[in-house]
Design a protein around this ligand. Sequence first.
Ligand code: ADP
Length: 223
Amino acid sequence: MVKVKVKLVSWEEIVDWSMRLAENIRASGWRPDVVVAVARGGYVPARLLCDFLEVTDLLSVQSQHWVEAAKMADKAILRYPYKLDMSGHKVLLVDDIVDTGESLMLAREYIMREWRPQELRIATLQWISPVAKIKPDYFLIEVKDWVWFQYPWTRLEDVTQFLSRIFKEVREVTEEDLKRLFEEWYGIHPHELGAYWEMALRRLESKGLLRKADGKYVRIKEQ
Ligand code: ADP
């Protein structure tokens, strides 16, 4: 049984999706003069949209979801807030995906209040409609069943995280069994990950969470 549904996204898909998203924006007859990427997930799509829409002005804001330790409640915060005068400008705010949409809502609210653009629209590659609190003005794919989109720009981070979750339950494992477990849990075969598989394991080793002994991976600390 797959524990987390994962869609492994390729660079080719990213380019194709961004191209088609740009076509939708063009077809609507609206043209932004500034693109704002929501860091970090929006960077690559935002840069590609600039290329496809012939926009030269690209900025970014960093919106981050974090768990407030005291309350254990999710809260989105804007890191490095800065002020600009965007009056008279049409802004396209870009992110990779709207899941809950909290980060995007926060970014939108901040930009509208502090930058005061003439207009702001939102574009994302994916929109997880059943859980999202907002619907972007432009999106390419509506996702009806929640999936973790494993985008190419978070591959190492995600694979490391996926592996560390396995090691929360498994103390000692051969590489072969680890590969089998990984496929069982995430529906991805490690050979699809190329060099990332080894890199993620090495990252866990260098963090002191894992070590290799007698052909087996052994968890070191409680994780
Ligand atoms: P969250 O409540 O998880 O912060 P958001 O909709 O605010 O959800 O998304 C914040 C960022 O987290 C997204 O821009 C994206 O980079 C990442 N993210 C959230 N959900 C997913 C998902 N299902 N697949 C891939 N990345 C995701």
